[in-house]
Design a binder for this molecule. Structure first.
Ligand code: HEM
Length: 472
């Protein structure tokens, strides 16, 4: 890749608007994104013009070019105000992806403003980062306990052997419960929040209102914790930067909620899938306790942030076989770059020296996932996956792996569901993790929790509430 620091694009080089583009988000992309990336690469080289819901975007496909865009912030800016088509009001007024990008928070800032905001996140997450602080230790114990309780609930609902969707019955509620705990929410965050985050990320027709609802919920939480500080991330963010208004803090929490629920949730499901696929190496590495390696492998094969958030060119620059004009929009694709990396790894030249750790699942450069957040996300994923395989004597997919339904948006790719046939080990019936015992009340067929004081809570919601808040 050549650097042309002060060059301008030759007048006869094609502009993004002048090129024919193929729409990216098709049913083919849903089923086989790798095939689509490969075709785009053959046709256009390392950078390809594509259509995203009617708007042309440069999709960056090769590892080297993706790294360049992620790392070089003087050329590739995050602030949406650099986008020429937006500044010139040439976007469709209801373009569904704009709502998310107009939310001004850390991810869409540059330079000093970005560094300061990132520092606030870092300071606020530090107490939870590892198990050496009381907060970090408690969070770890809580994630393991929630996971155990959900597995116990599965046993109560479906029996010690049966069928389950590890998305809806395990991963999604687990991440919601963890968010509620970490953020210090006074009431549980419902499924509706997750659905709103999905609606925004996928750019559906109601992305705008969904973004508004999720932001409003997080702003209310910010106001609540300002009035009643606690031992939670929201309160620590205020401690790190007391100048944050409720609206600003709400926006930062909103972004964290996306990472914690959708991205971390997809990482849990993708790692579970890697193990369930029956790949012998993966199963062996799990039994040898190398869960971290399995997570890296899952991130390489299926990174949840498949296509990173947009960057905007600060000036004309050559990338791949094209001249990108100042103000153009680019989307660096981790998923496509990983195909490139896997191919490099398979070549004679590099051989086994390409590590699964070279994946871009956490991003790269100044906007990569902050180290404290990576620790946190990694801990949640390994705990969630580790606990479930601790308690499953047997588990197998009920659909062939290539028929599993995926949700492929402009940014995120994740499993819609993960259906399994399972058999639990005996430990679940005896009460896992030292938590309450779960039985089925034969008379009503609903899960029943036997608390230490003998009081019982019936029904799924009551049980969830009890797990999270100890209400009876
Ligand atoms: C396994 C789970 C996770 C994965 C795979 C992941 C991945 C990523 C990626 C790829 C980026 C960069 C996006 C880009 O450059 O366009 C990022 C940024 C970020 N992540 Fe994570 N993340 C995870 C968990 C978390 C968690 C749990 C939190 C917080 C609670 C978090 C907070 C953040 C923040 C604040 C940024 C923005 C940093 C910036 O713009 O400077 N992440 N993450």
């Amino acid at each position: 890749m050549e650097a042309h620091p002060f060059a301008t694009a030759p007048a006869d080089s094609p502009t993004l608007d002048s090129l024919p583009v193929e729409p990216l988000l098709t049913s083919e992309f849903d089923a086989d994104p790798g095939g689509v990336y490969a075709r785009l690469r053959r046709t256009h080289g390392p950078v390809a013009p594509v259509g995203l819901m009617g708007v042309p975007v440069w999709l960056v496909l090769d590892y080297r070019e993706v790294l360049e865009v992620l790392r070089n912030e003087s050329v590739w800016r995050r602030d949406v105000r650099y986008w020429r088509a937006r500044a010139q009001r040439r976007l469709p007024p209801d373009w569904p992806l704009l709502a998310g990008y107009e939310v001004r928070q850390t991810m869409f800032m540059d330079d000093e403003e970005h560094l300061a905001a990132r520092q606030t996140h870092h300071a606020a997450m530090r107490p939870f980062q590892d198990g050496h602080t009381p907060q970090g230790w408690e969070l770890r114990a809580t994630v393991a306990r929630y996971a155990d309780e959900l597995i116990g609930m599965l046993a109560a609902e479906s029996g010690t052997a049966g069928f389950a969707d590890l998305g809806a019955q395990y991963t999604r509620p687990l991440l919601l419960m963890v968010t509620t705990k970490l953020f210090g929410c006074p009431v549980e965050l419902g499924d509706e929040l997750v659905m709103d985050l999905w609606r925004m990320l996928d750019g559906g027709p109601d992305a705008g209102p969904a973004t508004g609802r999720a932001l409003a919920a997080m702003t209310r939480l910010a106001a609540h914790r300002r009035a009643r500080p606690g031992d939670d991330l929201t309160s620590y963010m205020l401690l790190a930067d007391p100048e944050l208004s409720d609206e600003q803090l709400g926006r930062e929490l909103f972004m964290n909620a996306v990472y914690l629920n959708d991205i971390t949730g997809n990482m849990v499901l993708n790692t579970l899938l890697e193990v369930l696929r029956g790949n012998a190496t993966v199963r062996r590495s799990l039994s040898a306790g190398q869960l971290g390696e399995t997570v890296n492998r899952a991130a390489l094969v299926n990174p949840p942030v498949a296509n990173m958030c947009f960057r905007f060119a600060a000036r004309d620059v050559r990338l791949g076989d094209f001249w990108i004009r100042g103000g153009d929009i680019v989307s660096p694709s981790a998923a496509a770059a990983h195909r490139d990396l896997i191919a490099i790894g398979a070549s004679h030249m590099v051989g086994s020296t390409v590590s699964t750790r070279a994946h871009l699942g956490w991003g790269a450069g100044p906007h990569q996932c902050p180290s404290a957040a990576r620790e946190l996300g990694g801990m949640i994923v390994t705990t969630a996956v580790g606990r479930i395989f601790d308690h499953l004597a047997k588990a197998e997919l009920t659909l062939p792996a290539d028929q599993l339904p995926w949700r492929s948006g402009p940014v995120v790719r994740g499993l819609r569901l993960l259906p399994v046939r399972y058999e639990l080990t005996g430990s679940v019936g005896r009460g896992v993790g030292g938590g309450p015992r779960w039985e089925t009340d034969a008379a009503v067929g609903e899960p029943v929790v036997s608390g230490g004081d003998g009081q019982q809570v019936k029904g799924l919601l009551g049980a969830l509430r009890r797990m999270m808040f100890g209400t009876r």
